[in-house]
Structures are given as structure tokens and as C-alpha cells.
Design a protein around this ligand. Structure first.
Ligand code: NAD
Length: 278
């Protein structure tokens, strides 16, 4: 059991979606551990297991199990292991998304039906599905958190079908919040600014997107793992006891801005020379 004291002291939770040390889920897990939480981790496939295991062990995790969100038996066996080991949990973090790389360039209109459904299944439905399992081991209430992006609300270059999936995910957060509110289970999304992760590497011109955000957000920087981690702790802890159905932006304020900052125009025009305009 985690001996650290903090706002999550004595709390136990599941983190789904750590692929490596750059993962957003890893940033939240580290902060949660520093604040006293015990964490169970899941991975998708052997390659990720190899990278996850030493990370999870560095946070004294005793539950590190496979959970592929597209395979019902894999989800069931993960939740059985958590239930057998701990009996109950207080929080779950869902940081899972997938779309075919080909769909994350060019136009949204060219998305195939197959990839549309796959993207929705992994990036949206899986949260509802996992919440459905998690509530069975949350008798005392708790907090369910997913990760979103501003591409759900506004059109972002190349985000395409993932933006549509995130819009559905954000809407499902609100429906789930109402379904589960009576059980004192809160459901929220953390809408993070762009960060260099494995999933983000599939998005065309991602470096340009990062630079644009840095130059045009009120805080004039991109978010760090620590920024997102600390806000994640707020959302999974009692610090946010009155917050549910919320899409909480952790993006250095970028979502509040309506126009390019004139002082950044020069730098942007240099960057544009390196952009792939496909
Ligand atoms: P990441 O690549 O580190 O994490 C994505 C995770 O999804 C991986 O751990 C991967 O194993 C998991 N995953 C994919 N398919 C799965 C499946 N079938 N079963 C189980 N797990 C599966 O990238 P990340 O950027 O940390 O992404 C985490 C979340 O944050 C995603 O929802 C992403 O959309 C969101 N997000 C990312 C950014 C960004 O700029 N990186 C910004 C806002 C929101």
C-alpha cells in the first residue's frame, strides 16, 4: 500500500492507456501516486507490457494486467483481477484512443466506414463500456475520467474522424454523469492541449500544431505532463467533489482565444515553409 500522504491517500484506482513514459496517463499516474494513490495498470499487447511493467513497478503497482478494450473477455478478466485483489476502487482513468494513421491526414470526408467504426469503438465506446464495468466495484462512489481534445469542439487540421469520436466521447461523459450521479460517481473529461506522445505522432503536421498552440495560448507555452497530471489528480480526488459532467480544459487557455496573436505571425510564417500541405 502507498505510504505517501496526499489528497488520494487510501484511494485505489485503475489507469488504462499508459504506452510509455510520454503517455498522458503516465503523467496523471505519477501525480496520483505522489498524492497517495494505489494504482492498477493495464496494457494492450506484449510490446506495451514490456515498456509499462518497469514504469508501473516504479509506482509500487501490484496489478499490471492486459486489457484490450476491443476484446470483451480481456476487459472482464482485467476487472476480475482488480476485484479479486482489491474488492473495490475509487477512480478510473481512461486514456485510450486509436484511428488509422491514413485518416489523420487529408480530409474528414474521405474517412472509411470501417475506420470510422473502429475509431468510435476504441476512442469513444470503450469509455462507456469500461465505466459499466467499473461501477460494479465502486460501492462507495468515486470518479471516472477520460481524456479529450479541443478537436471535439472546433475543426483542427487532420484531427478528422478523431474529432468526431471525441465529440461523441464528451457527450457520453454528460450522459454517464447523469446515469451515475445517484451512486455518487462523478464522470468528467480532461481536454488536454497537444502533447508529443505515441498517439499524437500519427497526426499529420503535429509539430506545427504544437508550435501554433504555444505561440497563441494565453500562457504562451504547451502543457506538460505535470500540468495535466495535477489537474487529473484534482478531477479524480475529493477536491472536485462537486464537479461532474464537465469537460475541463488543461490547454494553457488556448480554447479561449479567437484569433492569431499578431506578435506570433512572423514565427508562424517561417514555420509554414516546413508544413506538409497534403
Ligand atoms: P499514448 O499513445 O501514450 O496513449 C494511447 C493509449 O491508447 C496507448 O496506451 C494504447 O495502448 C491505448 N490503446 C489504443 N488502442 C487500445 C485498445 N484496443 N485497447 C487498450 N488500449 C488501447 O498517447 P496519449 O496522447 O497519451 O493518449 C492518451 C489519450 O489522451 C487519448 O485519448 C488521446 O486522444 C488523448 N489526448 C492526447 C493529446 C495529445 O496531444 N497527445 C491531447 C489531448 C488528448
Amino acid at each position: 500500500m502507498n505510504s505517501k500522504s496526499g489528497v488520494l491517500s487510501g484511494k485505489k484506482g485503475i489507469v488504462i492507456g499508459v504506452a510509455n513514459e510520454r503517455s498522458i496517463a503516465w503523467g496523471i499516474a505519477k501525480e496520483a501516486f505522489s498524492n497517495g494513490a494505489d494504482i492498477a495498470f493495464s496494457y494492450q499487447g506484449k510490446a506495451i507490457e514490456k515498456r509499462l511493467r518497469p514504469l508501473a513497478q516504479s509506482l509500487e503497482s501490484t496489478i499490471i494486467e492486459e486489457c484490450d478494450v476491443t476484446i470483451p473477455s480481456s476487459i472482464d478478466s482485467f476487472f476480475s483481477k482488480v476485484s479479486n485483489e482489491w474488492g473495490k476502487i475509487d477512480f478510473m482513468i481512461h486514456a485510450v484512443a486509436y484511428s488509422d494513421k491514413e485518416a489523420l491526414k487529408g480530409r474528414y470526408i474521405d474517412t472509411t466506414k470501417e475506420n470510422f467504426l473502429r475509431t468510435m469503438e476504441i476512442s469513444c465506446f470503450s469509455f462507456t463500456d469500461l465505466c459499466n464495468k467499473a461501477v460494479n466495484i465502486m460501492p462507495d462512489g468515486g470518479s471516472l475520467l477520460t481524456l479529450s481534445y479541443y478537436g471535439a469542439e472546433r475543426v483542427m487540421p487532420h484531427y478528422n474522424v478523431m474529432g468526431v469520436a471525441k465529440a461523441a466521447l464528451e457527450s457520453s461523459v454528460k450522459y454517464l454523469a447523469t446515469d451515475l450521479g445517484r451512486k455518487n460517481i462523478r464522470v468528467n473529461a480532461l481536454s488536454a492541449g497537444p502533447m508529443k506522445t505515441l498517439a499524437a505522432s500519427g497526426i499529420n503536421n503535429f509539430r506545427f500544431i504544437m508550435k501554433w498552440n504555444e505561440l497563441n495560448s494565453p500562457l504562451q507555452k504547451n502543457v506538460t505532463q505535470e500540468d495535466v497530471g495535477k489537474s487529473g489528480v484534482y478531477l479524480i480526488s475529493d477536491l472536485s467533489s462537486g464537479v461532474t459532467g464537465e469537460i475541463h480544459h488543461v490547454d494553457c487557455g488556448y480554447n479561449t482565444v479567437g484569433m492569431l496573436e499578431p506578435s506570433s505571425a512572423h514565427e508562424i510564417s517561417d514555420l509554414l515553409k516546413k508544413v506538409d500541405f497534403e
